[in-house]
Design a protein around this ligand. Structure first.
Ligand code: 2HA
Ligand code: ZN
Length: 264
């Protein structure tokens, strides 16, 4: 079977197509990563070519040495995808580099942030193995008008919609301006992601994590929806008469077996 017929490939295509329809992926905006399970590697490996030259990473990821990661190609348009929009990389050299074993020659410009985050998930053993990066407009607007601070930004989202406390109980981290694709953006993201479900990049977009691409997409969708609601509340120009209390948000998370991050 070719890679394009495999379950993980089809799931990624399905969700990035939905993201593109949402307007989250102008031009070449957005990228994803999925740390492949042994059974996914086994089903894909007949198509691998392990002889391509290795490339160096700007940041080493020793925990990921030998692991396979499915990701998007640099410059690819999510509004116009085909097989050339993707690649599979194998981390090599003790985590100092990677080899493309299938697909496009050059992975996403944000590869470093993805790999550092996947390494953090592996270290924590928390079940996460996917990242969905997108550019939801309302969320980007909020980074212009709200303080770039994790606790208050998270509360502004949690209290917009009662789904939020149990969809992203770890909350969101906020990274101030960093150059897209830079190692500095990757470092700042990887520092926050272990304790957060998603990281917001000011004036840029969202980096959402999950146990699968569907799960990471679900986090992104819920954060983006909450951002839309919060922005509409702010834009209404009215002082809100009603809002859920922190206690009510905690109760909501608790009802679904989750505990809200206290940001202590
Ligand atoms: O891949 O979205 O952050 C293009 C981007 C960079
Ligand atoms: Zn981006």
């Amino acid at each position: 079977m070719g890679i394009t017929e495999l379950g993980f490939y089809r799931e990624v295509v399905k969700f990035i197509s939905i993201g593109a329809a949402f307007g989250w992926h102008e031009r070449n905006a957005g990228n994803i990563s999925l740390w492949l399970l042994p059974e996914e590697v086994a089903s894909a490996s007949p198509c691998f070519d392990e002889t391509r030259p290795p490339r160096k990473l700007a940041r080493a990821v020793p925990e990921m040495d030998g692991e396979y990661v499915f990701t998007t190609a640099t410059g690819s348009y999510f509004t116009d995808m085909d097989e050339t929009s993707f690649c599979i990389c194998r981390v090599c050299g003790g985590g100092s580099g990677y080899r493309v074993v299938w697909g496009a020659e050059k992975p996403t410009s944000e590869l470093c942030g993805h790999l550092l985050s996947l390494a953090a998930f592996k270290r924590a053993g928390d079940g996460r193995r996917a990242v969905y990066h997108c550019h939801p407009a309302d969320l980007v607007v909020l980074t212009n008008v709200l303080p770039l601070e994790d606790k208050s930004f998270t509360t502004a989202l949690w209290s917009a919609l009662t789904e939020c406390p149990f969809v992203f109980p770890r909350g969101v981290g906020v990274v101030p301006f960093r150059i897209p694709g830079s190692p500095e953006l990757a470092d700042a993201t990887a520092e926050l992601i272990p304790e957060r479900d998603a990281v917001i990049w000011a004036f840029h977009g969202l980096f959402a994590s999950g146990t699968s691409i569907k799960d990471a997409f679900g986090v992104a969708h819920t954060v983006a929806k909450a951002a839309e609601i919060r922005l509409k509340i702010i834009s209404s120009g009215r002082e809100p008469l009603n809002a859920p209390s922190l206690e009510e948000l905690e109760q909501t998370a608790g009802y679904f077996g989750k505990k809200l991050n206290t940001f202590d």
